[in-house]
Write a protein that binds this ligand. Structure first.
Ligand code: BES
Ligand code: ZN
Ligand code: ZN
Length: 471
């Protein structure tokens, strides 16, 4: 458990320093360089000096990272309680600083240890200031709001880190139903028979490949009756992606349990909106299934009929995400009658080749949504880069045998994957996020990450909806 309070006192102190601040450093060896740490023993307890780097280079991300570094170092000394002190830096304890500090503390302390017998729950308590420091009025709301968003990020990490044998689709559905009920989000879970009745042939082609049956998880958060706008958040929920008959190679098998990170982000963003009482109408749609080899599996060459009526020629069974998202999007448009669509998925290896592990790929047909996403990303310290969708790319998905095929050529794989999904959006404003690179890190890039799931895009989706809040 991690407790964070706005102000309070205890013996241990974390002091943040700027590199060229003019403040006298506590020791000539400590220069305030970014992420440098210098522990001092005081009568009252430990004083940990943490460098923020040069003033001009301090960003929200660096502030978050410095807070994360500090709490990790304290944990290393078995210290579970401290006061943060920004008075020796030029940083004011405003709303933004509170948000960064809370994110750094909560995300930085995360470890996935559920399956270890030696796991013991640790308790931490941090104060963001001492009782003498004046606090802005918005600090309290910023603290609570950020805590709820961070809890969502950590829950998403837990879900994504869960091994495939611990999280088959039905278990994922029940876990999310339980969480939804606690925060007043309505959950409806459709089983394979209900999906069949809706004609979801694309979702079922993948879902029926496994003995663990698929589930369509629908989360409704309808909290703004003055607005007719309703946004769909559609998240890929493949709990186990072996590739199917187009079996993945040995080296790409390790990531197969993380292929539901889009679904986890959708659910957790919605739960955070509900906890924070944001006025918005959102429907989360998470097609959850496994992609495996069995007698029932689909194979390359098959032609399947999607819920939209469009037929799809299967070129590659490992391109399963776009198939289940296609039916989920049709469900969003025709059953939930949404007015806009955002979909998010660990969709292509190509996005990792193009953008690496710290930037997600985006395709969109709506300038407004793109602007809002960039702003939401900024508030969340997450990066997005847009790829083009010129009409000539659509030819790459042409099939002689069916209406569309599920894979293009061996180039621009992120674009063709996104365009496949757009083909099911029936002209609505749409934005697609490919988080195949950002959802998982074998080696963390930032102090607030840990090895494994990152909880990518939970905060961005939350902020994206929040900024449209109708007041
Ligand atoms: N889930 C994978 C994409 C992926 C790759 C996620 C690496 C995380 C890390 C997806 O289902 C997939 O296998 N995509 C194929 C598509 C191809 C067959 C058109 C890919 O990217 O290779
Ligand atoms: Zn795949
Ligand atoms: Zn996949």
């Amino acid at each position: 458990m991690v407790w964070i309070e706005l102000s309070g006192d205890c013996g241990n102190r974390v002091r943040f320093f700027e590199a060229d601040s003019g403040f006298s450093e506590p020791d000539p060896c400590f220069k305030g360089e970014y992420l440098s740490c210098f522990p001092l023993r005081r009568d009252s307890g430990l004083e940990l000096c943490v460098g923020l780097g040069r003033k001009a280079e301090i960003t929200q991300r660096r502030l978050t990272d410095a807070a994360a570094k500090a709490v990790k170092v304290l944990r290393g000394y078995c210290i579970h309680e401290a006061v943060f002190d920004f008075s020796r830096s030029g940083i004011k304890l405003d709303e933004t600083t509170v948000r960064c500090a809370v994110m750094g503390i909560k995300l930085g302390l995360y470890q996935y240890r559920k399956y270890r017998s030696d796991f013991r729950e640790e308790n931490f308590r941090f104060f963001l200031s001492d009782p003498e420091t004046p606090l802005p009025a918005a600090a309290e709301t910023s603290l609570k709001e950020t805590e709820n968003v961070c809890d969502g990020i950590l829950e998403a990490r837990d879900l994504v880190n869960m091994p495939a044998n611990g999280l088959p689709p039905a278990v994922m559905a029940e876990l999310l139903r339980g969480e939804a009920e606690k925060v007043g989000v309505q959950a409806e879970i459709l089983d394979e028979r209900q999906a069949e009745a809706l004609g979801m042939g694309a979702f079922l082609a993948v879902g029926n490949s496994s003995g663990n049956p698929p589930r369509l998880i629908v989360l409704r958060y309808l909290a703004d009756d003055e607005s007719s706008s309703k946004i769909a958040l559609v998240g890929k929920g493949v709990t186990c992606d072996t590739g199917g008959y187009c079996l993945k190679g040995r080296d790409s098998m390790l990531g197969i349990k993380g292929d539901m990170a889009g679904g986890a982000a959708v659910a957790q963003a919605i739960f955070a909106l509900a906890k924070n009482g944001i006025r918005a109408n959102v429907v989360g749609i998470i097609p959850a299934c496994e992609n495996r080899i069995s007698r029932q599996s689909f194979v390359p060459g098959d032609i399947i009929r999607s819920m939209s009526g469009k037929t799809i020629e299967i070129r590659n069974t490992d391109a399963e995400g776009r198939l289940i998202l296609a039916d989920a999007v049709t469900y969003a448009v025709r059953v939930e009658k949404v007015s806009r669509i955002v979909d998010i998925a660990t969709l292509t290896g190509a996005v990792v080749s193009a953008l690496g592990f710290t930037t997600a790929g985006v395709l969109t047909n709506d300038e407004n949504l793109w602007r809002q996403l960039q702003e939401a990303g900024e508030l969340s310290q997450e990066q997005y880069s847009r790829l083009p969708i010129y009409p000539e790319y659509e030819k790459l998905l042409h099939s002689d045998l069916a209406d569309i095929r599920n894979m293009g050529e061996s180039y621009c794989g992120t674009i063709t994957a996104g365009l496949f999904i757009q083909a099911f959006c029936e002209g609505l404003p749409w934005l697609h996020i490919d988080i195949a690179g950002t959802a998982w890190v074998d080696k963390p890039f930032f102090e607030y990450q840990s090895c494994g799931a990152t909880g990518a895009s939970v905060a961005t989706l939350y902020q994206l909806i929040r900024m449209q809040q109708h007041t």
